[in-house]
Write a protein that binds this ligand. Sequence first.
Ligand SMILES: Cc1ncc(COP(=O)(O)O)c(C=O)c1O
Length: 486
Amino acid sequence: MIKLSNGRQIPLDMHKVKIIQRLPFPTVGQRLKAIEEAGFNTFLLRTRDIFLDMLTDSGTNAQSDHQLAASMESDDAYAGSESFYKLADAVRDVFGMEYTLPVHQGRAAEHIIAKALVKPGHIVPMNQHFTTTKAHFVLQGATVEEICTDEAFKTDSSCLFKGNLDLDKLENLIATHGADKIPFIRMESTANLLGGQPFSMANLKAVKAIADKHNIPIIIDTSLIGDNAYMIKKREAGYENTSIADIVKEIVGMADLVYMSARKSCTSRGGLIATGKKELYKIMAPLIPVYEGFLTYGGISTREIESMAVGLREMTDEYTAGCAADLIEYFVGRLLEKGVPMVTPAGGVGAHVDASRFIPNVAHEQYPAGALAAAIFICSGVRGMERGTISMDRDVDGKELISEIELVRLAVPRRVFTMSHIEYAVDRIAWLYEHRDMIGGLTFDYEPEMLRFFIGRLKPIAAGGASENWPQELAQAFIKDFSDQA
Ligand SMILES: Cc1ncc(COP(=O)(O)O)c(C=O)c1O
């Protein structure tokens, strides 16, 4: 952030644009048709119908010139590729871990970890689940226990570390089930489903002390560790003058194993598992050729391995590490100025709109976050993602699992959007907030059993005073105010 002469703080991009991609700007009529054809699921939209794609930061970040240059130098060998050894060096330098296993993306790492360490009847405590993590652990017959603090579910909060694990809940869980039922404790660096919220170093140290007492390993999902480290530097007393690189090392130093989706932070493909423990490496390494590819390419091209190696180092570059988090903070701040209910404090990944406070009369079972994501798309061409009850699957008896929080995530991929994009999104979402009574609910038309949010199809229903034709009525109201976009 940089302070202007009028006192206002703005995020400052520490890069310039070298390559561009032309954006479509569909009319509201085209957007309405597109979301109808997509079964009101923003995952099923086509890029040609989207103005600003804020679905995710996974695989959508802009790469640096150094990353692209490195990928041209890749060594295309099936086995023994020099590109892999550059990645292993980067992991050693950035994480201080000796053993690296490349995988094709984050969930592939979760798959390998689940196969290697998670058994039927196991309990896996974590600060918050991530959808694919939970799916892999549950498929192994385990139960996932999300034991974040109660504050994490307060969307309107000033708590700086809502990604913290609740230490009492952890002690109780261990006392209830016994340490032998707990294969590891998982910490997610910036908890995605809580709105990209970080954990503090103090909390991680306390978790580690409990884990050590009971001889339970710690696994950290480091997909967004750079952002978590940046927020520790900005928010936690005693770390103001510590480098991001040293904070990252200190975090990882407390883990027995880390894994990540490199797509989220440091390149557009790939992921990895890293550990300093030979015994863990020996359990997992044989699974890589079975499910991913040979140990030196892990299911991705060596170009991507090269780019991942450079991206990992860039993640801790003091000069650029905070750019994404600062832009998100600005985005959240501007929406708050317009009165839009947001998750506060701003976290990583993107800006998170609180759908429960945006449309309080639409019940969880009527999927307010899914409906709001569709409404935002109709009014702006901005594609966000539902992170609420739709993103929870039903339980084994088919009962709806209600999410504690109903969020629409507006992801801010790194180095992709400009201030004009952010200001446009703010303006249209603010308009929608003024017309929020027009938003109804959704119900499933086609509902897959697992990870239904990806490919499920929905249809509008009357809810909260809006009719079942709410998308069409909303588009009509929009045309009245913005006739140039009809
Ligand atoms: C925290 C976290 N872990 C794991 C994953 C899964 O990674 P991928 O999408 O690369 O499979 C994601 C994806 O968004 C994530 O946010």
